[in-house]
Design a protein around this ligand. Structure first.
Ligand SMILES: [Zn+2]
Ligand SMILES: [Zn+2]
Ligand SMILES: [Zn+2]
Length: 491
């Protein structure tokens, strides 16, 4: 593979990556496999430890009884990584937490390779990456020491021994650069892994790249056609030769001070990007609604904002408990009360619309789900950059809801919008993009039918709905607000 990027000294940021050729929207700048990855503690029995797919039924490793796999093929594929772990878990008596498991897997891998580079494409060694141990707060350091203590108990005497400093360094690296691994549809965070080249890509709140996990394809009968799980760094627009490559570590939906706070706490730097410096769009994210040239007073906006905030907290509690009818009630009340005052780009109002649409879709109230997800997308469009992955995913959700509500014209438009964004952010081979392609074809056909003969269209639709209740959504309490954190942080 011809190199497309190089390391350089980014002013004020330390090492960074820059393009050595021109890129356009949707270009894959590089792909990278993990040095190692592990499934989260809480999902150990629901996610395959080899391919990270979510499956109804998994087979347990007969030896350690901890690792789970889709089938024999996945178990065999994962054995090289699991072999030493398996024996260690048995000897230790239980599986240690995900951070310890990841550090151990990485260390075994590097010991086996006999070098800190596992491929020629790896631009940096783990040793060269920052661990930020000196930036950590006291309580965080305490947790760290507990992990390192447990690691030393878990690490077999028969494996190569390492100094506490070098083990601490790896813990530090995964703490700030452990990449969130998602399930095959990219809807849920299921694990954490380390991708060294990605660690070199600096943050910008308004980035020129995005990163997506592609699970590869292991379904072909002939294993020659299988592709491995990898991340792809994809270009969001035109990137000139020599330009620095950036991704967003935190969600742009947050206000500038909040993004800066998160970045400082999690990644130990002060963001000085243009959007933070100018506090771009903070005004519309907290803004009041202008009606016939009249704006509400600052007090009115503040009062409505505070009210939304309280209702969001209440709503989150009800959602976690699974009290979905209460969620609906809270959201409706909060939206009705504050929408005359707050702008449709107000982020609390958008969050309420998002939660309400998600729960209503789950409860099969499709008209409501359609209405509020459409409003969510309209808000997002004014806030996010045009090729933002979260915007694409939101448009998909809205498209499905509108389709289910029978609003075929808007549904088709929304699905096309989602498709065009995901072609850039996820690429044509990602399962979600393939789903969208199918929906695009289906809704296009339905739209044509609708335009030719509405009556036939509605009776066909009725029949289709009766035959096949559409259930493609997770239960809302199991969903996070999408996966908006690039790197995984221990809670
Ligand atoms: Zn599997
Ligand atoms: Zn095992
Ligand atoms: Zn910033």
């Amino acid at each position: 593979m011809v190199p497309t990027v190089e390391i350089f000294d980014s002013p004020g940021k330390g090492r960074g990556l820059r393009a050595i050729k021109e890129f356009w929207a949707g270009d894959v700048i590089f792909t990278e496999q993990s040095i190692s990855a592990v499934v989260f503690d809480g999902l150990a029995e629901r996610i395959c430890h080899s391919c990270f797919r979510r499956q109804e039924k998994l087979q347990r490793c007969g030896q350690c009884k901890f690792a789970h796999y889709c089938d024999r093929t996945c178990q065999r594929a994962g054995w090289a990584e699991h072999k030493q772990e398996c024996a260690a878990i048995k000897a230790y008596g239980k599986a240690p937490n995900e951070s310890i498991r990841l550090v151990a897997r990485i260390t075994w891998r590097l010991d086996k390779e006999g070098s800190s580079k596992v491929s020629d494409m790896q631009l940096t060694t783990l040793d060269e990456l920052e661990d930020h141990l000196n930036d950590m707060a006291e309580d965080e350091l305490q947790e760290f020491k507990v992990d390192i203590h447990n690691f030393l108990d878990y690490w077999p005497r028969t494996s190569k021994q390492h100094t506490i400093d070098s083990i601490s360094h790896i813990f530090g690296v995964i703490n700030c650069n452990g990449f969130t691994v998602s399930d095959q549809r990219g809807l849920q965070a299921v694990g954490v892994g380390i991708f060294p080249n990605l660690c070199l890509v600096n943050h910008d709140c308004w980035p020129n790249c995005t990163v997506i996990l592609n699970h590869g394809n292991q379904s072909a009968v002939n294993t020659l056609f299988h592709s491995r799980q990898r991340i792809e760094l994809r270009s969001l627009g035109k990137i000139a030769e020599g330009e620095e490559l950036t991704v967003a570590y935190v969600d742009y939906l947050n206000l500038s001070p909040e993004r800066q706070r998160l970045l400082k706490a999690q990644y130990f730097f002060d963001c000085t990007c243009d959007h933070c410096k100018n506090r771009t769009k903070d005004d519309i994210k907290m803004g009041g609604k202008e009606v016939d040239g009249v704006k509400p007073t600052e007090e009115q906006v503040k009062e409505a904002t505070d009210f939304c905030y309280q209702m969001l907290e209440k709503m989150d509690q009800a959602r976690l408990k699974g009290d979905y009818h209460i969620v609906v009630k809270i959201c409706r009340e909060a939206i009705e009360k504050t929408e005359p005052v707050l702008a449709d780009t107000h982020i609390y109002l958008i969050r309420l619309c998002s939660a309400l649409s998600e729960v209503q879709a789950y409860l099969q109230s499709f008209d409501d789900a359609a209405e509020y997800s459409r409003r969510m997308v309209e808000g997002y469009i004014k806030i996010y950059s045009p090729n933002n992955a979260a915007l694409g995913m939101a448009a998909m959700r809205a498209g499905v809801n509108l389709w289910q509500a029978g609003q075929i014209e808007i549904a088709h438009g929304m699905i096309c919008k989602a498709y065009s964004i995901l072609m850039v952010t996820h690429g044509p081979t990602h399962p979600i993009t393939k789903d969208l392609e199918e929906m695009r074809v289906q809704t296009e056909m339905e739209l044509r039918m609708f335009k030719e003969n509405e009556y036939v269209y509605y009776s066909m639709r009725e029949a289709a709905l009766q035959n096949k209740p559409m259930t493609m959504l997770h239960e809302p309490k199991s969903m996070e607000e999408g996966i908006k954190n690039l790197f995984h942080r221990r809670k």
